[in-house]
Design a protein around this ligand. Sequence first.
Ligand code: NAD
Ligand code: UGA
Length: 370
Amino acid sequence: MASTHVTWDPIFRRPKAPRAVRDGRISITEYASSLKSLRRGRVKILVTGAAGFIGARATDLLSPDHEIVAVDSFDDYYSPHLKHLRASRLRESTGVEVLQLNLSNAQECASVFDSSIDAVIHLAARPGVRAPVQDLPIYVNANVVALTNILTNVQAYDVPQVFYASSSSVYGDKIGSLVETDPVLKPVSYYGATKLAGELMVDAVSRLDDRVFVGLRFFTVYGPWGRPDMLMWRLIASALGGPGVGILGDGSAQRDFTYVDDIAFALASLISHSNLPAGSSVLNIGGGNPVSVRNIIDIVARAVGEPPLVTFGERMASDVQQTHANPEALTALLGQAPSTRLQDGVIRTVEWFQSELADGTRLLDLDDGN
Ligand code: NAD
Ligand code: UGA
């Protein structure tokens, strides 16, 4: 692919402002223009969780324009084989190699940092809202300790920008449009609590610091190379001949489903943004169109041409009844919010599934973690 990158003066590569602005070493105008130079150019990004669902897609989209250092622990929350498959497809399509290491280990985390990193996209985590209480230490280790290690190294190596995955689950069980400025956040899953702990930790660190920290509250992401523990994967797999799906509740629960390319696009837009404010902020990355589980079952049935096999049971206490992103802040910042129509995203996901199955990828036999 032909490169259209603007070359930029290395002096502006990693601006130290606004501390430098405060110290009077450069003017605010110089700082703004240095950021613009940085943003127009190719930047070096550390992507964590790059063998994961969102991380692999984000790396794929960002790699033609940026230098990527990709890491993942390939943990066994769900099939590590699927993570290795994503990583090998990524290597084939982009040349990016996903390094295997555990970010919860301070030394291993430090080993991937150096002073040439311009931004971190931290997606590595233990996801899923329905894990048993015995797994709590795993979640704290993956979601809080790893983030702590990232923050220490960001400070040590003076990385100017950090984008990290938070979650719609920080809002808790609320009906109606969820706004970032809501002062009352009460997660109902301990996974959500670890994500909120991360936001609070970043916010506190940002007060001692001058860099850009953006917490990304993703809303139920789906798409090709998805996660086999999630509803969308399970329904499609079932309609294509896989096992039946236990529906947790009566199917009235609603989710603001977000197509994975919209997430990757938002990340690419944030990386290229010329004017993100220093300090800590959070953003909903969701389109604002909640759809019920019953509706999703119908949409999948239409897209596959066969209905998934479902049985209805009890709702889980760590599940919320509805998620509904308010996308106004995201739209104001990036000019658009996730907009892929659910029907279109489901068709693309089904097509991906069918093409992998036709190529012999054993997607229906993967360990889905629970
Ligand atoms: P995923 O599980 O597919 O990807 C996360 C990756 O992180 C995995 O490949 C895992 O092996 C890796 N990882 C876990 N602990 C690690 C550690 N200590 N060191 C290095 N790597 C480690 O999940 P995903 O769906 O791609 O989610 C990405 C991020 O977005 C996560 O932070 C998740 O909590 C968040 N999120 C996801 C969704 C969604 O719907 N998929 C919604 C909201 C938030
Ligand atoms: C998803 C991710 O799994 C979390 O990691 C993430 O943090 C969260 O989105 C988020 O938006 O922040 P969830 O919305 O629960 O969590 O996504 P699914 O696992 O796909 O579940 C969606 C709905 O389907 C829920 O109502 C759930 O109860 C239901 N479901 C899921 C079932 O009925 N059966 C299943 O087998 C799986």
